[in-house]
Design a protein around this ligand. Sequence first.
Ligand SMILES: Cc1cc2nc3c(=O)[nH]c(=O)nc-3n(C[C@H](O)[C@H](O)[C@H](O)COP(=O)(O)O)c2cc1C
Length: 200
Amino acid sequence: MIPLFERAGRRPLVVALGGSLHGSSSTQKALQLLLDQAADAGCDTCLITGQALDLPFYTYGADKRTGAARYLVEQLRRADGLYIGSPVYHGSISGVVKNALDYAEDLRDDERAYFSGRAVGSLTTGGGWQGCVGTLGALRDVVHALRGWNTPFGVPIHTGGEPVFDAEGRCLSESIQRQLTLLGQQVLDSLGIAAKATSS
Ligand SMILES: Cc1cc2nc3c(=O)[nH]c(=O)nc-3n(C[C@H](O)[C@H](O)[C@H](O)COP(=O)(O)O)c2cc1C
């Protein structure tokens, strides 16, 4: 089947959603690296993070949505591939990220309902492995419930030890960078796009 972006004569759009409301989110940095890779491969990209996630609690059937909520839903609707990243909060997905994902309910009546037909790569950041790995599973369950195609690979990032990212967002860990590249590649593969080799 010809992908939607090809039928529409546009570049594929890859959307990354997640992170924290504060300014130096490690989850946001990981998502940005994935989007950089997608941009290098010729995709349009959109990062929904930070204050863009400061949304009212999702209310099913509400007639009005804020501008930020409408933007989020529209980007998810248009996305051809997705990355989702959550910090671990008390053993699971943070409330901010889960609330943003709940807005995918507004895609239920779309031709591509929820995340149907889209590959979704997930990552988590947490102070301990137990939370990182458990939350990655929880995130992949949400993607599954939203009918997205989980990539085979997911990336749990332990942020409780050595610094993983520098202030500019560069990844300081060769191993984590390799895993992010693989995750990114798997979403690009679903779009029929080859990733360029990274310099790190
Ligand atoms: C409220 C709160 C709860 C947290 N709970 C956990 C936890 O249960 N397990 C864990 O491994 N890390 C936990 N952490 C640590 C964060 O997951 C970790 O610092 C993460 O990298 C933060 O992501 P960010 O930089 O994108 O905000 C918690 C941090 C906060 C602020």
